[in-house]
Design a protein around this ligand. Sequence first.
Ligand SMILES: Cc1cc2nc3c(=O)[nH]c(=O)nc-3n(C[C@H](O)[C@H](O)[C@H](O)COP(=O)(O)O)c2cc1C
Length: 364
Amino acid sequence: MDTSPLSKEQIEILIEAGARAPSGGNMQPWIVATHAYGIRVSLDEKRSCASWFLDVDRYASIFALGCFVENVSLKASSLGLRSDVRVKEGKETKDFSCEVVFHHTGSPSDQVLADTIPIRTTNRRFFDGTLIAGELLQKLQSVLQKEKVPVLLHTIYEETDKKTLARMLADADGIRMTKEEPFSQMMHEFRWSKDEVVQTKDGLDLATLELPGNAEQMLRLLRSFQFTRKMLPRQALGDFTKPLLLGCSHLCCLAVDAPVTQSSIFAAGRQAERVWLKATALGLAFHPWTTLVFFLLRLKLLHGEGFSLSEKKELASLDGKFREVFGLEQSETPVFLFRLSYANPPTARALRLPVNAFTTFAKE
Ligand SMILES: Cc1cc2nc3c(=O)[nH]c(=O)nc-3n(C[C@H](O)[C@H](O)[C@H](O)COP(=O)(O)O)c2cc1C
């Protein structure tokens, strides 16, 4: 096998593909250092803060690193390179990193998924409810790799199940809106003007949220008068999000059937990116909806730190109902939730930081 080093241009192409990966709040929590034979990907402390309420002990960031490395590895395959990925768990999650070494194989593969990397996107539009054929869902299932860490895809489409889940997600959104920390962190993720979007190249551009009617004015009002969030009845939140959830074809959950560790969350991120790319290649719209699953992870991993006693009880009950609706085994932990449908393309795309903003290139 040819083990000659890659050129800076080749490595840059691979990192560029990695940087197209999704991340919670588009925070892009990765740092890359290159060497002659590959790259080292680690967490950016500033962008993956353990105190962020939904980035439970940085697990959402490690998940995003999994998406990054999957993109790198798929792009490498399409260029005839094999990637050896070695995960290095840290003593603390902030020290998580991963080494990727490339070998020339001379036989390109994974072309379709690799070609989809630049067009994969989060699509938050209203969907028209057209049911996706079982055959396409099987194709999605087929991209999940049988790895050491089993990652399973569960889907529901029946009206009653979707209604039950919509109620549960509204309850989780209700908790998020009324609690100081997750609420102010959500406000911090938004980019409130075009200038801010272009300058930061991260965070959530309001244009990508596809907000209906006067919802954007509502958000701006909540930002200026934060106390008003406590006046929002949960029913109103549920009424707002229900059409988005009932109007999709399937609601889908990715679960790991293994202990939750840095490695298993990273593996889940890699598999999630494969499913997302495959959905895109099949012409399907994909929209993560993860507040509830990260709240449940917080309950499980951090004993619900930050929640009141009554919120913990409520989340424990939601955990049971969530498992029931998706038919999860006790050994499984849900790590990602998304809605899936046919839809028109999104009206706006999220920006990315330039590669040199987070990469240190080795001297050639
Ligand atoms: C771990 C994780 C959690 C996410 N959670 C949500 C979510 O709850 N709601 C949402 O609208 N998008 C969610 N997203 C999507 C990101 O906001 C999106 O990937 C990011 O803004 C970049 O946009 P893009 O996917 O269109 O490139 C999540 C993505 C990841 C990786």
